[in-house]
Design a binder for this molecule. Structure first.
Ligand SMILES: Cc1cc2nc3c(=O)[nH]c(=O)nc-3n(C[C@H](O)[C@H](O)[C@H](O)COP(=O)(O)O)c2cc1C
Length: 325
């Protein structure tokens, strides 16, 4: 069993957190991860009240273990934070944007605060906001994120935030990634794409299958899926998705896309409803090369944890006593 500041904070069996993937990490998936000994976070996304009420009811019915909720900071208002806190989660995660206004509300109500950051400036803001845990998210991650790679970002954030426990995110899909994160000074990992390809994840079986079949070099960061949905993400934030014909057509031609939203938006929304992934996006990270099947989330948690222990044992075996002359 691997014990870290993360496992101690929430009394977990494994230092594994489910990423709050909007529209994917519903109550069933979060509960499955929590029941397996990790920490499941429901993906609050852009703050759809009916969706949140349904999925938060579900997670609290399906698990008695700790669970939490993730919100996209810039897109949610105080009423969404209040709705989430009313369900008494064990943790709230804020990503993308200045966490301090919502953080104050969450901390004052006595809840654990997790902040996901993409660079050192974000890490310092998270520390100022009183984060109990900071997720250092590398550019390899699926979904929205920044430009710094996981490998140098994680130890830099560990150094910058002093004693606040740090989790690594971005491109981690098996025990080798978790072992590497621990070696970098992280206290655990936050995993998204690997859990998208799980039985309990919400979303289309075809999207899950495209993750199984996808390759890291077939993913790309882009803003075209945000432009076509008229989502006003902060400058510099892009989303990593599987490359598809819609992305191939519009990436690099963002201004032209913005000029034809009247027709393109409606066609895009129709494609989302029809699960037409030549147009609609499948957010996915560079860890897709490590994913070869859709699997139950609890099996994944246990498998990743066992692999991690094996990796650590193997790495420890590399250390030799100095030989005496
Ligand atoms: C399908 C998908 C949806 C995501 N949605 C969100 C979201 O709504 N809010 C958020 O903070 N992060 C979101 N993320 C990013 C995750 O929080 C996390 O940083 C990322 O999944 C970690 O990298 P990985 O996908 O390589 O494991 C999403 C990621 C994916 C793959």
């Amino acid at each position: 069993m691997i014990a870290t500041a993360l496992t101690r904070l929430f009394e977990l069996e494994h230092p594994i957190v489910l990423a709050p993937m909007g529209g994917v990490s519903g109550g069933r998936l979060a509960a499955a991860v929590s029941n397996a000994g990790g920490l499941g976070l429901v993906g609050g996304g852009y703050g759809d009240r009916a969706w949140l009420n349904r999925e938060l009811d579900l997670v609290s019915q399906l698990t008695s273990r700790p669970w939490g909720v993730g919100l996209i900071t810039w897109s949610c208002d105080r009423s969404i934070v209040d709705l989430v806190l009313a369900q008494r989660p064990h943790a709230v995660m804020l990503s993308f944007g200045d966490p301090r206004p919502h953080a104050a509300v969450i901390k004052a109500a006595g809840y654990r605060l997790i902040c996901q950051v993409q660079d050192l400036a974000g890490a310092r803001l998270a520390r100022e906001a009183g984060a109990d845990l900071i997720v250092a998210q590398g550019t390899e991650a699926g979904g929205h994120g920044g430009t710094c790679a996981t490998l140098p970002l994680v130890p830099a954030v560990v150094d910058a935030v002093n004693l606040i426990p740090v989790l690594a995110a971005g491109g981690i899909a098996d025990g080798r990634g978790l072992a590497a994160a621990l070696a970098l000074g992280a206290q655990g990992v936050l995993i998204g794409t690997r859990f998208y390809a799980s039985d309990e994840a919400l979303g289309s079986p075809r999207a899950k299958q495209s993750i199984v079949e996808g390759s890291a070099d077939g993913t790309q960061r882009t803003t075209v899926f945000d432009i076509v949905r008229s989502l006003d993400w902060p400058a510099g934030t892009t989303g990593r998705a599987l490359r598809n014909p819609f992305m191939a057509r519009w990436h690099g031609h963002e201004r032209k896309l913005a000029a034809v939203l009247d027709t393109e938006s409606a066609a895009f929304q129709a494609a989302v409803r029809a699960e037409d992934f030549d147009t609609a996006m499948v957010w996915a990270g560079e860890g897709v090369d490590l994913i070869d099947a859709v699997a139950p989330a609890g099996t994944l948690v246990k498998r990743i944890s066992e692999e991690t222990e094996q990796c650590i044992a193997r790495a420890t075996g590399l250390c030799q006593q100095p030989t005496r002359e």
